[in-house]
Design a protein around this ligand. Structure first.
Ligand code: HSE
Length: 411
């Protein structure tokens, strides 16, 4: 008999408890173990719920029970989650978490703690909700040398951008609806400003390239400044604006992780990822590319991933070697954002074809002029950040303002 505990009985934690109780027979058959949900750690009481009697108020109760072999951490945030998870691992109890903030900030420490105590720290639910992506990266695709990962990793922002287009909803109403559905973080700033997607690309980058990538090293821009006007104009030009989390390995061997709204061409599969769905495109030398798709947020999709980790953990008798990375003590392996290059979409205050061609040279597409004399066009040549800044200055000298600019995601 393996007992398990759930830390935090919010959206995800209650999902773990409920999905376990619903599918207990299946889970036991597949894991080959008898399982018992023994404790729920939460500050609140749940007298009306069937699992109300399992609630405990102190982590010590869980730590003191030697029959608890697996713990699901669904509290969110760094503290007290970090202290509790570390203590569980030090007691030899494996942990499965949905907490991307914790993994992105402390994954290196917790992975090492698990190794030191012959247990496991798993985090499939921390990226992409229900989508299996962590396990495929270090297991099924373990034979690949990875060159890039690009994805839509935040359901809330994808839902908001979608509602802005399809329902003409304003930003605030779409955000409120995402919160009502349980997709958004408690503090929606993390979703809207791109921090949540940043934590997720940190985790994928760390796993794919073997070195801990901290959120502070990632250029991160959210969707707050995305205007409905550009969303619609991009559509006319054959692109969808999406919040893209991406990491690429450059020719100099460094990696460049980024989170920002990008224009995604209609023939790119990521442009069709809508609502709360997430997708991750992985490039490797063996596979060329592979795409993973599914529900990226929500109670049961996330609980499904947590329980999947717990099912594997109860079957393991030692730490698995593949799912890990190291802290190399510097960020020298991460390229500066100034080196980020891409083709671009521009909206400018005037449609002076001669001036635009003079500034951008080859590659300027047909210029679409609107009733208000603004213009939109793409530049089909890679421009790095400095080149874009220089172009903005050169246009300004000609009396033309750049009103919006989006990098175009390469296929
Ligand atoms: N707030 C997150 C999202 C939840 O919207 O994707 C899942 O990590």
């Amino acid at each position: 008999m393996d007992k398990f505990a759930v830390l935090g009985c919010g959206v995800v934690g209650s999902g773990v408890v409920e999905l376990f109780e619903k599918n207990k027979a299946l889970i036991e058959k597949r894991s080959g173990r008898k399982l018992e949900m023994a404790y729920i750690l939460d500050l609140r009481d749940f007298p009306d719920r069937p699992y109300g009697s399992k609630v405990v108020k102190s982590i010590d109760t869980i730590l003191a029970d030697p029959e608890v072999t697996v713990v699901a951490e669904c509290m969110g945030g760094i503290e007290p989650a970090f202290t509790f998870v570390k203590a569980c691992l030090e007691a030899g109890k494996s942990v499965a978490t949905s907490n991307k903030e914790l993994v992105a900030a402390k994954g290196d420490i917790l992975l090492q703690t698990a190794k030191d105590h012959h247990c496991n720290f798993f985090f499939e639910a921390s990226v992409g909700g229900a989508i299996p992506i962590i396990r495929p990266l270090h297991k099924c695709l373990a034979a690949n040398d990875f060159s890039a990962i690009a994805g839509i990793l935040n359901g809330t922002t994808n839902f908001i951008l979608g509602k802005m287009i399809t329902a003409d909803m304003d930003f605030a109403s779409a955000l409120a609806l995402a919160q009502e559905k349980g997709y958004a973080e408690k503090d929606p700033t993390a979703d809207v400003e791109g921090h949540d997607a940043c934590r997720k690309i940190c985790i994928l980058s760390s796993l794919a390239f073997g070195k801990h990538v901290y959120p502070e090293s990632v250029h991160t821009k959210g969707i707050r400044e995305v205007e409905l006007k550009d969303v619609k104009l991009c559509m006319q030009l054959g692109y969808a604006i999406k919040l893209i989390a991406r990491v690429q390995r450059l020719e100099n061997g460094k990696i460049l992780p980024t989170v920002m709204p990008m224009a995604v061409a209609d023939d790119n599969l990521l442009s069709d990822v809508n609502g709360v769905y997430n997708a991750v495109m992985v490039r490797g030398d063996g596979i060329s590319k592979a795409m993973f798709y599914g529900r990226g947020a929500g109670k049961f999709p996330t609980a499904s991933a947590v329980l999947g980790d717990m099912i594997e953990e109860v079957q393991l008798s030692d730490t698995i070697p593949a799912q890990t990375w190291e802290n190399v003590g510097s960020a020298d392996f991460i390229e500066d954002f100034s080196q980020f290059s891409a083709e671009r979409y521009f909206r400018t205050s005037a449609a002076n074809a001669e001036a635009l061609t003079e500034v951008f040279g080859e590659g300027v597409s047909e210029i679409l002029t609107m009733d208000d004399h603004e213009s939109v066009f793409t530049v089909a040549r890679e421009m790095n950040v400095t080149e874009v800044e220089d172009a903005v200055k050169a246009l300004s000298a000609k009396g033309i303002r750049v009103l919006a600019e989006y990098p175009i995601l390469q296929p």
